[in-house]
Design a protein around this ligand. Structure first.
Ligand code: F6R
Length: 622
């Protein structure tokens, strides 16, 4: 939540930061602002309520001049979205300016102290407190030397509790910028004669692919004409080599699509394929296990699996639960990370703990994983998309999904790639444990490798029909999504997609549960989206549930297998997906249909598909 950026170089900084902020806008879009250090050494700030487009307009009317700058896009935590609460924040004298992502937990206490010392506040934010603290410590400090700057910063940090990444400038420091990280992401980009700071890689991609990830409790100093210097918590310089990000800048562009979400749904097949690449065959098994950092002996000793995730990633985890049980014959449980961290579950010896996250920055998932790591009994790994993110440093191994940046706030291609990673992982573990024979492994992986093309077919062939349905149902007040077994999580995910971007209330239900309550909702005004592919073992049961819904007047949209005409009479409309040999792959195809449906409903309603209200892409606060 909240996007932060910083620039130090020779170019005019404001347009560059504006571009960076646009690329981070998915992190928050309540207000935005930029501050430059002018050639005269002053701090010049522009802030607006609302989206980056508003900031861009303001900057057109009042351009900012300077080549050292910082910027922010906000997702409000403390204080409503307003110009006073927008970042960057300054102290009373306007000597320090900073942007912040995270929460300062003890800000009230700090603010009381500052008020006693006659500081005056303009905003309701926790962040403004930091500007005042920096101002005090910098005035107390001894100039702008590296040692003086770092020791002032460390004196401030000692007073703070909470999670934060910060970018700070001061008139006294001149052409220098400080970046600080604790439990919120921060990455440095190394360009030619310029350095950048950002909370996420997409903001850096137009400038450089050469990055250095800042670790918790570290401070980074950007200075003219030299490589940024990193200091650890005790103030010692750290030598960390940079790394090249394998992402193309074009990945973070809309590429002719109206919305990122639409583009990303269509990137699902490529994301799935890339995630499988060089990992899916028996001869790749060792490499796969090495990435996941699990040894064969550990796999043999496994007794259960715990999957930790939130939102869409949790739905992928629920499918993982079925896969582990079906293929690897291992009891598995997917846990909502925010619940898990406060439940008194014990992690028993022989547990494999897998955290799933697109961003790798979700606070609850990270906290749940930290909790598991405390018990040495657990073997930990992550399925993560964002390279170098916090979660990747909390687990022993990481199986990266290879989606490239996901910008649309509603997660689509990441879900598909998370499933690809789960198929690989579970098949690998099942193979090592001998739960599936080599022939079966070969047969399943053969179909696994065909899934991207089948998914391409689904997207291309079903979109016109899905669009027509979206047109017909866009005014619906509510929706039920029903599925069973492996498709129950897809019903939950379909409902989540619809509600988050179209603001239509939708509920996902295990179809068998319908009779235990939700059937009371069903009438001609409550459309039902049924996931009923033929290959599923529970097809007959699903069919009965559809009959029951129809008998109560529901209009049914059904996802069915190509060639199956037997549901035509029950469903109002059917959408076909290709025949599969292994039902375990049905979720990938069915999910794509639900993603397309949600997208087109929201688009037709004229809503902001990529940045739905109240949401932010990475939930880095609890
Ligand atoms: C829904 C969505 C969210 C995320 C959830 C976890 O479309 O995007 O539910 O799935 O916030 O995020 P990550 O995967 O980044 O941990």
């Amino acid at each position: 939540m909240c996007g932060i950026v910083g620039y130090l170089g020779k170019k005019q900084a404001a347009p560059l930061l504006l571009d960076g902020l646009k690329r981070l806008e998915y992190r928050g879009y309540d207000s935005a602002g930029i501050c430059v250090l002018t050639p005269q050494g002053d701090l010049d700030i522009v802030r607006v309520v609302g989206k980056i487009a508003g900031l861009e307009e303001r900057l057109r009317a009042r351009p900012l001049e300077g080549s050292v700058a910082l910027g922010h896009s906000r997702w409000a935590t403390h204080g409503r979205p307003s110009e006073e609460n927008a970042h960057p924040h300054t102290d009373c004298k306007g000597g320090v300016v900073l942007v912040h992502n995270g929460i300062i937990e003890n800000y009230q206490e700090l603010k009381e102290g500052l008020l006693k010392r006659k500081h005056k506040f303009r905003s309701e934010t926790d962040t403004e407190v930091l500007a005042h603290l920096f101002e005090e410590e910098i005035s107390r400090g001894n100039g702008a030397s590296e040692t003086a700057v770092v020791s002032s910063v460390r004196r401030v940090l000692k007073q703070l509790r909470g999670a934060y990444s910060l970018v700070v400038m001061s008139k006294k420091w001149g052409r220098q910028i400080i970046g600080i990280r604790k439990d919120c992401p921060l990455v440095v980009g190394l360009g030619a004669g310029e350095s950048l700071l950002a909370s996420d890689i997409p903001a850096l991609l137009p400038f450089t692919k050469n990055v250095v990830f800042i670790e918790d409790n570290e401070i980074v100093l950007l200075r003219e004409g030299r490589r940024p210097v990193i200091f650890n918590g005790s103030g010692k310089a750290v030598n960390r080599p940079s790394q090249e990000v394998p992402w193309d800048p074009l990945m973070a562009e809309k590429g002719g699509y109206k919305h990122f979400m639409h583009k990303e749904i269509f990137e699902g097949p490529r994301s799935f394929e890339d995630t499988l690449r060089a990992r899916s065959y028996e001869e790749n098994l060792e490499a796969l296990l090495a990435e996941a950092a699990i040894r064969r002996q550990e796999i043999m000793r496994l007794r259960r699996v715990t999957i930790l995730a939130c939102g869409t990633a949790y739905h992928a985890g629920m499918i993982g639960e079925y896969l582990f049980e079906q293929w690897a014959k291992l009891p598995a449980r997917a846990e909502i990370a925010s619940e898990f961290r406060y439940a008194s579950r014990s992690i028993e010896p022989g547990t494999l703990t897998v955290a799933i996250s697109q961003s790798g920055e979700t606070a609850d998932t990270i906290a749940a994983m930290k909790l598991c790591r405390k018990t040495s009994a657990s073997v930990t790994m992550g399925i993560v998309n964002q390279i170098g993110s916090t979660l990747t440093r909390q687990t022993r191994g990481t199986l990266y999904t290879r989606c490239g940046p996901e910008i649309g706030v509603a997660s689509t291609k990441a879900f598909v790639a998370q499933l690809a990673a789960l198929y690989l992982l579970v098949l690998g573990i099942a193979r090592v444990r001998g739960a599936i024979a080599p022939v079966q492994f070969k047969e399943i992986t053969r179909e696994l490798c065909e899934i991207p093309n089948k998914l391409r077919w689904v997207l291309q062939e079903t979109e016109p029909r899905v669009m027509a349905l979206a047109q017909e149902f866009q005014q619906a007040k509510g929706f039920l999504y029903l599925g069973r077994h492996l498709l129950y999580p897809v019903a939950l995910e379909g409902a989540l997609k619809l509600k988050e971007i179209s603001y239509i209330h939708a509920e996902g239900y295990a179809a068998g549960e319908m009779k235990h309550g939700p059937i009371a909702l069903i009438d001609s005004e409550m459309p039902v989206f049924c996931l009923a592919p033929r290959s599923s073992l529970i097809y007959e049961k699903m069919r009965s549930n559809m009959e029951e819904a129809r008998a109560r007047g529901a209009r049914i949209i059904a996802v069915v297998t190509k060639g199956d005409r037997s549901l035509d009479k029950i469903a109002h409309q059917t959408i076909v997906t290709p025949v599969l040999k292994h039902e375990e792959f049905e979720p990938v195809l069915a999910a794509a249909v639900t993603q397309l449906f949600a997208y087109h409903v929201a688009r037709l309603k004229g809503l902001d598909v990529d940045q739905p209200r109240n949401l932010a892409k990475s939930v880095t606060v609890e």
